[in-house]
Design a protein around this ligand. Structure first.
Ligand code: FES
Length: 87
């Protein structure tokens, strides 16, 4: 279900990627976060691109974006810090 979420830093608006099956970018990103990594797996799980297929290239872009996304906390990117003196 598309939604608008407000926090202190930004508005996040869901965007439909697949109109035929009402699949949003948030749903695709959530699936990738949960380990669904390939386009075929996303299509099988969410039904994206299983009707007219017009959304396939956009769905692939969202999947790739989700795979390479860096973790964030409250809109602030989390950057790993090495602490050699702790090793
Ligand atoms: S828009 Fe996704 S299958 Fe038609």
């Amino acid at each position: 279900m598309p939604s608008v979420i407000k926090n202190h830093y930004q508005w996040v608006v869901d965007m439909y990627v697949c109109i035929c099956n009402a699949v949003t970018d948030r749903e695709i990103k959530k699936a990738v976060k949960q380990g669904v990594n390939t386009f075929d797996q996303v299509r099988d799980q969410l039904g994206v691109a299983s009707c007219c297929g017009q959304c396939e290239s956009h769905a692939r872009e969202v999947i790739n974006e989700a795979r390479t996304a860096k973790p964030v906390f409250a809109g602030i990117p989390l950057i790993p810090v090495s602490m050699p003196h702790m090793a």
